[in-house]
Ligand binder design. Structure first.
Ligand code: 5GP
Length: 211
């Protein structure tokens, strides 16, 4: 008795806290798996191959695009990013729920083919907070930060295409709200057809036994 897992798409500007929220959700929900994306960008200090990303060169990435190996891919800040398809599909079939932490272009591509995915947009409470988080992280130079901020503004206008918005004003609370969204989604009738059949059979058997 196992329904398919839920495909969960989380987007939001870099510095919104998506990574921290996703990491915490995985601790709380053992059935949740994080999809490791592939990218052509250079690893940052502390990032590990196969854990943070699969780091590949442009030729390899473009070859995989031609082979239809991605569930979605996009060019973000001049680099390719993509979700390897086969692994995610296998996990969903096994009943695992999979989180994709991807940009808005990729999310909209997923929406075209997987309309029952759950789309969550995470935002910091203000541009000032985002600016100080990006500076505090110390991973990007001024020019990159400037690009990220202007992208954050233009993308926010598209947030209405998502199902849920989580304003990350207080991290603990934002984690709790995101976890609540996922718990509610797992209880949807449309996601529990096999479970309902199983319970129905059990009820019928119990009824027969009692009469
Ligand atoms: P970063 O370089 O900061 O790790 O990521 C930059 C942006 O790329 C973020 O918005 C992140 O969500 C997005 N991203 C990461 N992996 C993927 C992916 O597989 N597909 C798409 N479309 N975007 C991704």
């Amino acid at each position: 008795m196992s329904d398919k897992g839920i495909l969960i798409v989380i987007s939001g500007p870099s510095g919104a806290g998506k990574g921290t929220i996703c990491a915490e959700l995985r601790k709380q929900m053992p059935n949740l798996v994080y999809s490791v994306s592939m990218t052509t960008r250079q690893p940052r200090v502390g990032e590990e191959e196969g854990i943070s990303y699969f780091f590949r060169d442009v030729d390899t990435f473009e070859k995989l695009i031609k082979e239809d190996a991605f569930l979605e891919y996009a060019k973000v800040y001049d680099n390719y990013y993509g979700t390897p398809k086969e692994h995610v599909m296998n996990l969903l079939e096994e009943g695992k729920s999979v989180i994709l932490e991807i940009d808005i272009q990729g999310a909209m591509k997923v929406k075209e083919s997987y309309s029952d995915a759950v789309f969550i947009y995470v935002v910091p409470p203000s541009l000032d907070v985002l600016t100080s988080r990006l500076h505090g992280r110390g991973t990007d130079d001024k020019e990159v930060i400037h690009k990220r901020l202007s992208l954050a503004c233009s993308e926010l206008a598209l947030a209405h295409r998502y199902d849920y918005i989580v304003v990350n004003d207080d991290l603990e609370d934002a984690i709790e709200r995101t976890a609540s969204i996922l718990r509610a989604e797992t209880c949807k009738i449309s996601r529990n057809k096999e479970k309902i059949q199983y319970i129905y059979k059990r009820y019928s058997n119990e009824q027969q036994e009692n009469h």
